[in-house]
Design a protein around this ligand. Structure first.
Ligand SMILES: C[S@@+](CC[C@H](N)C(=O)[O-])C[C@H]1O[C@@H](n2cnc3c(N)ncnc32)[C@H](O)[C@@H]1O
Length: 221
């Protein structure tokens, strides 16, 4: 919350009036934060931090966004409400896609979404591809499939990674060297706040001035 509040990009205020206040579907665990009357869900706050990164790095109102590994769809809702993304293609497993449908269809979205799986989609072009932890947790054969069908042809990218740099999660996943060969040219940044050792961000097609001011470049070990 401190990071988003420091940036003064208006997202925290907007979310406090809407998303964070009506955040009751699925009975999320909530905590009391300094300066806020009502308890808030830390998961929704994490989605808000990602939305703040996306707003600064890529702007608002993008038309075609791909999201790999969506959980229950919380980030999609935040992006729809606060960033006015127009259409999201969500890739997950079939039974998780049912959960995403149930969650998102209990809301009224400004834009639109569709859920799909890697096997139900041909390679396509996207304005932005996002994946928080999910792409980095897939076995390398699936990572390559997502690169071929989604990431390599996306103009912009934002991946929160927990593999590729070492640590137990990197086993059976693409290494940083392989990612450099297969993905569009990218920059690496620190994950803030850092949620596990070896985590980092992969970003391309972004506003480097914003990144220079608000993000920390990841130095090679
Ligand atoms: C750690 S969760 C991340 C969820 C979400 N991105 C977030 O930040 O809250 C990993 C997600 O990857 C999804 N996943 C697992 N296998 C997948 C696959 N083959 N293709 C796409 N998503 C997959 C899981 O169902 C889950 O939604």
């Amino acid at each position: 919350m401190r990071i988003v509040s420091f940036r003064k990009d208006g997202l925290l205020e907007a979310a406090l009036e809407t998303l964070l206040m009506s955040d009751n579907i699925g009975s999320p665990v909530k905590y009391q934060y300094d300066g806020v009357a009502q308890p808030l869900s830390p998961t929704t706050l994490r989605y808000l931090k990602v939305a703040s990164d996306l707003k600064g790095l890529f702007g608002e109102g993008l038309d075609r966004v791909a999201e790999i590994g969506r959980g229950y769809g919380g980030q999609t809702l935040v992006n729809d409400q606060l960033l006015k993304y127009r259409h999201a293609t969500l890739f997950d497993l079939p039974f998780v896609n049912e959960l995403i449908r149930k969650y998102l269809n209990s809301m009224l979205l400004t834009g639109a979404y569709r859920v799909t799986t890697i096997n139900e989609t041909l390679p396509d072009k996207y304005d932005l591809a996002i994946s928080n932890y999910a792409f980095s947790e897939l076995p390398d054969v699936l990572q390559r499939a997502y690169i071929d069908k989604v990431l390599a042809t996306s103009e912009r990218g934002y991946l929160t990674m927990n593999s590729g740099l070492g640590g137990r999660r990197s086993s059976g996943k693409l290494s940083l060297e392989q990612l450099r060969e297969l993905l569009p040219p990218f920059e690496m940044y620190e994950e803030q706040p850092l949620t596990a050792p070896f985590n980092y961000l992969i970003v391309w097609g972004h506003d480097k001035d914003f990144a220079g001011e608000y993000m920390i470049a990841k130095q090679p070990e």
